[in-house]
Design a protein around this ligand. Structure first.
Ligand SMILES: CC(=O)[C@@H](O)[C@H](O)COP(=O)(O)O
Ligand SMILES: NCC(=O)COP(=O)(O)O
Length: 251
């Protein structure tokens, strides 16, 4: 069964636009859960531009849903994850000027430090995921550092899909889908869990949800955008329906 992790960063982005207390990410987590989400994702950025430490603490204390904590692989963040013990922590590259994550983690370039960070979290009982591009060398390095999960960056696919006028059969789109399919096969062959995410939406999700062995999708911006008009519970439930329909048609 394919699972949906709902990224609620943008609930906090809206709150931070007025530096106030609403909307509350904890309410969002509960609504997403009631809509059928299997997990919640938050990205605790080093600059705390949306989700903050108190949000993570309250999510742990007040909700029952699985938490995937996205973070930079720094000593500060590793210490927070050791304290908060989310079900999963995902290492993500961060750029101060970026609007959102722009690419996968370069594990090959930082292998020793990342291996150490993975070991520290594993010792605290936290499953470690890495956000990576669909590149064979990065997947091999993810296995070497002891990551249990790879989340394949679907941004390039999403952008190709959009540029092709939402035509899933356009050659540039098929090329991206095949790249992610190949990454998924390699991830599974190396004994890791195959997840994917970034820039997925109600139009482009199904070709990805159909990929064999895909366990979990992490989707945020599109779900939160739709929830403004129809409520978060309905927005989550419609995304889950599309994912299930596609996964049900897997070969
Ligand atoms: C790793 C990823 O693809 C997204 O979860 C992204 O990091 C979310 O962070 P922002 O909400 O700050 O874009
Ligand atoms: N890791 C990807 C994620 O959590 C959601 O990304 P997006 O849907 O907000 O682009």
């Amino acid at each position: 069964m394919i699972e949906l992790g709902v990224n609620i960063d943008h609930v906090a982005t809206l709150r931070q636009a007025r530096r106030t207390w609403e909307p509350d990410p904890v309410w969002a987590a509960v609504e997403a859960h009631l809509g059928g989400a299997d997990g919640i994702t938050v990205h605790l950025r080093e600059d705390r531009r949306h989700i903050n430490d108190d949000d993570v603490r309250k999510l742990r204390e007040l909700t029952q849903i699985k938490l995937n904590l996205e973070m930079a692989a720094t000593d500060e963040m590793v210490a927070i994850a050791q304290r908060m013990r989310p079900e999963m922590a995902m290492f993500v590259p961060e750029g101060r000027q970026e609007i959102t994550t722009e690419g996968g983690l370069d594990i090959v370039a930082r292998e020793a430090g990342l291996k150490d960070a993975v070991a520290q979290l594993a010792e605290a009982g936290v499953i470690v995921s890495v956000f990576i591009d669909a590149v064979p060398e990065q997947i091999e390095a993810a296995a070497r550092i002891g990551a249990r999960v790879c989340e394949v960056h679907t941004g390039p696919y999403a952008h190709a899909f959009h540029r092709a006028g939402r035509d899933a059969d356009a050659p540039a789109v098929v090329e991206e889908i095949e790249r992610i399919r190949g990454a998924g096969e390699q991830i599974q062959a190396l004994g890791m869990r195959f997840n994917a995410g970034h820039a997925l939406n109600y139009y482009n999700v199904q070709p990805i949800a159909r990929l064999p062995g895909l366990r979990e999708l992490h989707i945020g911006h599109s779900i939160i955008s739709r929830s403004v008009f129809c409520g978060l519970r309905d927005a989550v439930s419609e995304m889950k329906r599309l994912m299930r329909e596609a996964a049900g048609a897997r070969a």
